[in-house]
Design a binder for this molecule. Structure first.
Ligand SMILES: Cc1ncc(COP(=O)(O)O)c(C=O)c1O
Length: 290
């Protein structure tokens, strides 16, 4: 079992509004200190950097409060177990609390990264997206020995994004052997005749999305193995991730050059978004203690 280097549990120094970390840019947490994200470092020799051997979580922040922190931390622990890393839960919570206090009552996303070298780092920053996006369908073998584990090894995911951009789309939708899986950094919901469905993480090698779990608390969303035909028959398509709750899809770009326009947001998407936003607003985690 790998062990992590103990992380100082001192309260992070939060520079004043005049200081560099008081600016509006992203902030990092390193060794118990808050600093501008661009100044945070990881040793070159850390296998997290050298081989992407690291795990992470990204959590939605609204008005300086996280949403669904506990399921995200539970997934971090599952990821750690899958790749034999040890999570210092207290240090992770300390990092998130320090970052939230430094960020103030703003929206964004907070992220924790734990490397094989035992380095725990945190990041907080704004999460901004366009009102809708297009998806390029990218065929790729998606199953690995550690599918569904939130590791830092996203080179294949980034490759898929580039393939999608070459098709003229904003982001990729991974299809493996004719079955719709996930986006490189998000989950997908298909809507047809008012019925919502999403790829089932228990049957497919995809990340079990915390956002989908939240959506399923307020809407019926069936867990399925959707085919490419199901995607093409959808009336509406929606992307979800911690930083993108309910982002509508306005077009699908296929590898053979075909394009399909979609209403974005469609009527069901609007209902889902309203319900999910109300749910998020009413179930935000406690603000960090001062
Ligand atoms: C590959 C992948 N699938 C799905 C998701 C959506 O997960 P969540 O809703 O928990 O953010 C993410 C989010 O980062 C992801 O990276």
């Amino acid at each position: 079992m790998e062990t992590t280097t103990p992380v100082p549990t001192t309260t992070a120094a939060v520079p004043s509004e005049d200081g560099p970390a008081g600016s509006r840019g992203p902030l990092a947490w390193a060794d118990g200190q808050i600093l501008p994200a661009c100044d945070a470092t990881v040793p070159l020799t850390d296998e997290g950097f050298l081989r992407g051997d690291a795990i992470f979580e990204a959590v939605l922040v609204r008005h300086g409060r996280t949403h669904a922190l506990e399921p995200h931390l539970a997934r971090l622990h599952r990821s750690a177990a899958a790749v034999e890393l040890t999570v210092d839960d207290g240090a992770v919570r300390q990092a998130i609390g320090d970052l939230l206090r430094a960020w103030g009552e703003r929206d964004g996303a907070v992220r924790v990264i734990l490397t094989r070298g035992g380095v725990l780092r945190g990041l907080i920053g704004a999460a901004e997206w366009p009102p809708s996006i297009s998806l390029g369908v990218v065929e790729a073998p998606w199953r690995t020995a550690i599918s569904g584990v939130k590791t830092l090894s996203y080179a294949a995911n980034q490759w898929a994004v580039r393939q999608a951009r070459a098709l003229g789309a904003d982001d990729a939708l991974i299809v493996d052997d004719g079955i719709v899986h996930e986006l490189p950094t998000g989950a997908v919901v298909l809507i047809r005749d008012g019925v919502c469905s999403t790829p089932d993480p228990d049957r497919l090698p995809i990340l079990a999305s915390v956002s989908i779990a939240a959506l399923r608390e307020v809407a019926d969303v069936a867990l399925v193995e959707p085919s490419l035909e199901d995607l093409l028959a959808a009336d509406e398509v929606v992307v979800l991730s911690a930083t993108r709750p309910c982002l509508p899809v306005h077009g699908l770009h296929l590898a053979d050059g075909r394009r399909q326009e979609l209403t974005a947001p469609g009527p069901v998407t609007q209902r889902l978004r309203t319900a999910l936003e109300a749910h998020i607003a009413s179930t935000l985690d406690e603000p960090p203690s001062q």
